[in-house]
Design a protein around this ligand. Sequence first.
Ligand code: ASP
Ligand code: MG
Length: 600
Amino acid sequence: MSIIVQKFGGTSVADATKLKAAARRAVSAQQEGHQVVVVVSARGHKTDELVSLAAEITDRPPPREMDMLLSTGEQESVALMAMAVHSLGVGSISFTGGQVGIVTDNSHTKARIQSISTDRMRKALDAGKIVIVAGFQGVDIEANITTLGRGGSDSTAAALAAVLRASRCEIYTDVEGVFTTDPRLVPAARKIERIAYDEMLELASLGAGVMHSRSIEFAKKYDVPLVVKPSQSDGSGTLIAAESDQVQRVVTGVALVKDTVRVTLADLPDRPGVMDQIFSRMAERKIPIDMVVQDASTDGRAEVSFTVPEEDLAEALTAAEQAVKELGAGKVRHGTNLSKVSAVGSGMRTHTGVAAQMFRTLADRGINIGLVTTSDIKISVLVDRDQAADAVRAVHEGFGLDQPETAPPGVGWRQQSTTGVHVVADAAAREREIVAQLAAMEDIVVSEVSLDASQSRVTLTRLPDVPGVASRIFEAVAEGGVMVDMIVQNVSHHGHTNISFTVPREDIDRCLLLVREVMEPWPEAELQHDRQIAKLSVAGIGLRSHTGVGERMFRALAESNVNVQLINTSEIRISAVVAIEQGEVAVKSLQQAFGLSASR
Ligand code: ASP
Ligand code: MG
């Protein structure tokens, strides 16, 4: 018999009426012939109330006691939910996380799931009962109660669905589903019918975080379809599932990270080990790094920029000063009041001109772009915070996300339109193999370390730092039918900016002609290129929710004496460009660092 996991969030179980409505959903799923496991959060604002209560007593509550306290919110909900199901004449039994054998590590208040035993749940299910499990909690091996971090019930639900091999996991919430962007910001935002796991992970920051991103990681790892559904209506919600080969749109959603700041280290020595030094200093201080951009060095000096949350700026600057001191060279700068705007879509793997279109849309509104990073399914730009909302609206409209699904004009199909899809299928198979061997359920999975030696790098320096320059360049390249892969734009100095990107080697000459033509109005700009480069990338599940992946990557490259030329990051992938001669050494050192056997 198929199993369905249903998760109800705090607002969906806030009072007796809502609890009863949720119970009816569970019962009707059972009547449709499924075995049903229900996961619930604490009612309404219960968790917040408990947090404030603790804060009234002490500003440093012991984390173990915090977990003991917070876990009571969900315990209250499971008991009430079991009663509600019972009152409908259906057998049910409630369990705490510990009672169903959810074992976590011992990092209180942010524990990670290691294993779940299914015996007790299966026994109750086979006896015809609806099983109600407390979300957000588990126990460590010494039976101390732990919690998974705020919003963690989604992850409990996805993890239970994974171990029970449920046919789907339904997440009931107070919204209609996942939207193309935050509807509070853009009223024309539309509900997405279906979205791929990777797209959802890249959009992790979408709006107020519709879902705990670790739940998407679970779902992807164990291939559980997730459905985000409204609890108040019969809406169909949004299906989050494996990538479908029928790409409806090039861009699926637009995300905004409103408050971010940038740290730049300039005039750095251009040699192996420099990036390692910098990111180790950041990791030691547990500073969460987001967008990382390193562009091609000019005059033998390298420069790297990255964004961190506003509240970590002071700490990040101290760490950066320390790194510069140890390196014996470099200048630390920073920028505040910035926002990150990202366009995400699997269709980018197979379409040209997506970046050009995004840059054009922003330029038309007079919005200047700070940093640019890309992954195969995402383009992120940094803009001034006071232009961020306008940027989101413009990009959303520019890609036609306010319209019913049809491909927007101006974006062409890529020639070999199936290659990207094959890569995805290979990676998925490899992922499953690795997941089957994981020691703990929530361990990081690096499923892909790849070397692409088929591209060339183009770098433009001393470009004017005004809106419209990036769009002119990428429009010209796209019109020439050249597929751009990695794009990197670092911060500008003295009114000038640099842009680097990679293209297939067979297109480099054509690309250079196109670029030379377009740069005519910019007499100071200089064009450089490197015909043969090696692009390395590390991809997997958990890159963002586990810290230190970048650190491990740069450490491995430094130890193998590999100099990094360009860096680009996203939620699911870190890419670096190195000299072609160092490609093989570099990929081997990364495979070793991440415990992968040679596979290309
Ligand atoms: N009750 C917990 C919280 O408010 C867990 C959850 O709602 O998912 O963070
Ligand atoms: Mg929640």
